[in-house]
Design a protein around this ligand. Structure first.
Ligand code: IPM
Ligand code: MG
Length: 380
C-alpha cells in the first residue's frame, strides 16, 4: 500500500485479444505505481461483442457514465466475426462511437515512431526510408462522416440509393486544429493539414480555419496537403512529417497506412482526448491501434506493446505522471533491446537470435525492466 496519490482507471477489455493486452498493460501500470509511489483503483466495463451477448447493446449507458467519471479509460479492442453482420442494428463498434460522442473525445492522437530494432526486420518499407520517422497523426474523432446523417439503402434492387453526410462546423474544426498547433509547437514545429479542398466544401472550411489560426503560431511551419498525395508521401518520405491534422475518415485511413511504417500495427498506441480536465491532466481514452485479432485470441500470442505504450500516454496526458510514462517507454525499449519479441515482430530468419515469447512473458519482461529501474529520461 502507498500513501501516494490514487488514480481511477476504467478498463474496457473488450473482445478477441483485448482482454490479454489490457491485462498486460494493467500489470505494467501497477508495477509503475509501486515504483513511483501511487496506486490505481481499477474498474472493469463490458463493451463490444461481449456486451451485445450479455446485455443486447454494444455498451450500456451506466458503463459509459462510469468510464466518464474515471481519470482515464484503457481499452483493448472490440469486435469479431461473431458480430460481423454489417446490417445488424447492434454492432460492437457502436461502443466506440458512443464513448467518443458521449464523452466528447474529439481528438485522436496516433503517434508513429519507428524503433530501429524493429524497422529493419519487420517493416515492409525499405529501411532507409524509415530512418528518423517520428510523426503524430491528430485525427478529428467526433464529426464528419462518422456522425453525419445516414440513410441506409432503400428502393428496388438495381436502383437502391444510400447516403452519408459529411458535416463540420467551424468550432469542431478549430478545437482540433488548435490542439494540433499546440502539439506541433512542443515537437519539431511542422504541421501538415490534410484535406480534399479541391473537391469538398468541408475541406475548404477546414483550410480556412487553419489559415485563420496560423498567425497565432508563428513558430509553427504550416502546410496543406491533399489527402491523396499525402497518402503517397507518407510512404515515399515519411521522415519529413511531424504533426498531421485531419478530419475523421481521412485520419482513420492515413493512420492505418502510417502504422505500416512501424513494422507492426501491434506496436502503436493512441489517445483520444476531450476538453474535460482531470485533477492531473486531460481526461482521455487510451487504446492500441490494432483490432481484436480473433484468429489469435486466447492464445497468449498478441503483441501487448501498443497497449503498454497507450498506458504510457495515459500516465503522461491524463495523470500528469511524466516520470512514470518515461519509465514505461524506456522499459519497453529495454525489453526489445534485450531481444524479447512477440511472434509478429520476429522474422523467420532471426528467431534463433531473439527471445520470441508470448503476451504474458513479454509483459513480465517489461515489468522486470521497470522494477530494475530502466534509465529515466531516455525516450523510447
Ligand atoms: C479505428 C477503427 C474504428 C474507426 C472502427 C472499428 C469503427 O478503425 O479506431 O481507427 O473507424 O474509427
Ligand atoms: Mg481505423
Amino acid at each position: 500500500m502507498t500513501d501516494g496519490p490514487r488514480y481511477r482507471i476504467a478498463t474496457i477489455p473488450g473482445d478477441g485479444v483485448g482482454p490479454e493486452v489490457v491485462a498486460a498493460a494493467r500489470r505494467v501500470l501497477d508495477a509503475t505505481g509501486e515504483r513511483f509511489g501511487f496506486a490505481i483503483d481499477w474498474s472493469e466495463h463490458a463493451a463490444g461483442g461481449n456486451a451485445i451477448d450479455a446485455y443486447g447493446v454494444a455498451i450500456r449507458d451506466e458503463d459509459v457514465a462510469a468510464c466518464g467519471a474515471a481519470d482515464a479509460i484503457l481499452l483493448g479492442a472490440v469486435g469479431g466475426p461473431r458480430w460481423d453482420n454489417p446490417t445488424s442494428p447492434v454492432r460492437p463498434e457502436q461502443a466506440l462511437f458512443k464513448l467518443r460522442g458521449t464523452l466528447g473525445l474529439f481528438a485522436n492522437l496516433r503517434p508513429v515512431a519507428v524503433n530501429p530494432l524493429i524497422a529493419a526486420s519487420a517493416a515492409p518499407v525499405r529501411p532507409e526510408l524509415l530512418e528518423g520517422v517520428d510523426l503524430l497523426i491528430v485525427r478529428e474523432l467526433t464529426g464528419g462522416l462518422y456522425f453525419g446523417d445516414r440513410v441506409e439503402a432503400t428502393g428496388p434492387v438495381g436502383e437502391r440509393h444510400a447516403s452519408d453526410q459529411l458535416p463540420y462546423s467551424e468550432p469542431e474544426i478549430r478545437r482540433v486544429v488548435r490542439l494540433a498547433f499546440e502539439l506541433a509547437r512542443g515537437r519539431r514545429g511542422r504541421l501538415t493539414s490534410v484535406d480534399k479542398a479541391n473537391v469538398l466544401a468541408t475541406s475548404r472550411l477546414w483550410r480556412t480555419v487553419v489559415e485563420e489560426l496560423r498567425p497565432e503560431y508563428p513558430d509553427v511551419e504550416v502546410g496543406h496537403q491533399l489527402v491523396d498525395s499525402c497518402a503517397m508521401l507518407l510512404i515515399k518520405q515519411p521522415a519529413w512529417f511531424d504533426v498531421l491534422v485531419t478530419e475523421n475518415l481521412f485520419g482513420d485511413i492515413l493512420s492505418d497506412e502510417a502504422g505500416v511504417l512501424a513494422g507492426s500495427l501491434g506496436m502503436l498506441p493512441s489517445a483520444s482526448l476531450g476538453e474535460r480536465k482531470t485533477a492531473h491532466g486531460t481526461f482521455g481514452l487510451y487504446e492500441p491501434i490494432h483490432g481484436s485479432a480473433p484468429d489469435i485470441a486466447g492464445q497468449d500470442r498478441a503483441n501487448p506493446i501498443g497497449t503498454i505504450l497507450s498506458s504510457a500516454m495515459l500516465l503522461r496526458l491524463s495523470l500528469g505522471r511524466t516520470d512514470a510514462a518515461t519509465a514505461v517507454e524506456a522499459a519497453v525499449t529495454a525489453t526489445l533491446g534485450a531481444g524479447y519479441r512477440t511472434g509478429d515482430l520476429a522474422g523467420a530468419g532471426e528467431r534463433d537470435s531473439l527471445r520470441v515469447v508470448g503476451t504474458t512473458a513479454f509483459a513480465d519482461a517489461v515489468v522486470a525492466a521497470l522494477v530494475a529501474g530502466a534509465p529515466e529520461g531516455v525516450p523510447a
